[in-house]
Design a protein around this ligand. Structure first.
Ligand code: GLA
Length: 390
């Protein structure tokens, strides 16, 4: 509530009236299926109870004016300045504004009506923490423009347009998972998405289990380059395996047995990346059955295996994520713990026996601080509803 009051007050000071609406779009945490969305795999994220909030009204001017409260910065853009990533006064558009400007760009590409807005936004999804703060910003602005534009699109379509903004305007070649989770979140449910068909279903969080998010407080560096490299390695693997299996379209189409047969034809690094993806897709398929059967113990073990694979094969972990995961896995009541999101820093996700989640969170924070000298944030998180107007 505090954030909402804050952005409403700042909006009033800046624009002289109360905002017409407030849009909210959550961040997400991913339980299983990491770095497989851009390989047509399955993912199992949940929208979380932390979000970006945008207070907005139609601007009545040709350009949109935005205030980013967390960053104490302002920016303006219009359909004319968007292609050159500049502002109406010719200054460079700051990096943070590429996300909302990218959303406008993506909607204009669809020939949709996208009125100029005055907007003030703030988020309690920490940036660069692996909880999809960018997707939550994109989706909050999607909702803002949808509500002023006089058109309505299905949530998945909004997610795809936000992904296009990030791929083509911001320049990060991300998959669909983050925007999907932010757009389609369901209270108290996990979301199981087939990234090829885009069919999805909600799956109840296992009974008596809580999600604990542990932020190492280390922020990702150079991720877009590392991320795009990983993606390129997967594409290279597909190209090389197609020599033996011409019918495959992505690593989703390669079974673990087939992969074992052909892995020797791949350069070492490409083989490691691709093995993670092929085995991780296998884990998500098992996970579905385990969740249906209520076998949270074995589901947790898959989370632990996923972490090892992200560390050793995909190589996206870091010492702090290792410390956080190792400590969590040694504590009572932890079904599974692993890094979540793209990696290189940020958060771990822990599935924990509900009754002891508070003491688990406390011990994890304490031991991590002792070991690393860093101050982590560890909290119990509830799956929340997807993006919408408040
Ligand atoms: C980032 C991307 C997602 C996904 C994850 C890794 O969050 O935005 O599309 O690829 O990394 O699973």
């Amino acid at each position: 509530m505090q954030l909402i009051d804050r952005i409403s007050n700042i909006f009033h000071e800046k624009f002289g009236h109360t905002p017409m609406h407030i849009a909210r779009a959550p961040g997400r945490v991913n339980l299983l299926g990491e770095h497989v969305d851009y390989n047509d795999g399955f993912v199992l994220p949940a929208a979380i109870d932390r979000a970006t909030y945008v207070a907005f009204s139609p601007a009545g001017t040709p350009h949109s004016s935005l205030v980013a409260v967390n960053l104490r910065n302002e920016a303006s853009f219009s359909p004319q300045t968007i292609p050159s990533k500049t502002q109406p006064d010719s200054r460079r558009l700051p990096d943070w504004a590429h996300y909302p400007a990218g959303v406008m760009w993506s909607l204009l590409e669809e020939q949709l009506v996208v009125p100029a807005i005055n907007a003030v936004y703030a988020s309690d999804v920490p940036r660069g923490s692996g909880l999809s703060s960018s997707a939550s910003v994109e989706m909050a602005f999607m909702i803002a423009w949808q509500s002023l534009g006089g058109w309505t699109l299905p949530s998945m379509q909004l997610a795809l347009l936000a992904q296009k903004a990030e791929n083509r305007y911001v320049g990060v070649n991300c998959g669909i998972m983050d925007q999907f989770a932010s757009a389609c979140g369901v209270n108290d449910q996990l979301l199981l998405l087939d990234c090829r068909s885009l069919e999805w279903q909600s799956v109840p969080l296992p009974e008596h289990a809580s999600i604990v998010i542990a932020d190492t407080s280390v922020r990702r560096k150079l991720t877009s380059g590392e991320y795009n490299n990983r993606r390129a390695a997967c594409e290279e693997a597909v190209r090389l395996i197609q020599k033996d299996l011409p019918e495959i379209k992505s690593l989703r189409d390669v079974s673990v047995d087939e992969f074992n047969r052909f892995a020797g034809n791949l350069p070492d690094e490409v083989a490691k990346r691709a093995r993670h993806v092929v085995e991780e897709i296998g884990r998500t398929i098992q996970a579905r059955a385990l969740l249906e059967a209520g076998d949270v113990q074995r589901f947790g073990r898959l989370m632990n295996e996923c972490h090892v694979s992200l560390r050793d094969l995909y190589e996206v972990s870091c010492p702090e994520l290792e410390a956080m995961t190792r400590i969590a896995q040694s504590l009572d009541g932890c079904y599974g713990a692993r890094l979540t999101g793209a990696g290189f820093g940020g958060c771990t996700v822990n599935l924990v026996v509900q009754e002891i989640a508070p003491s688990f969170a406390e011990s994890l924070a304490k031991q991590y601080a002792l070991e690393t000298g860093l101050r982590p944030q560890v909290y119990i998180s509830r799956p929340s509803q997807g993006a919408g107007l408040l």
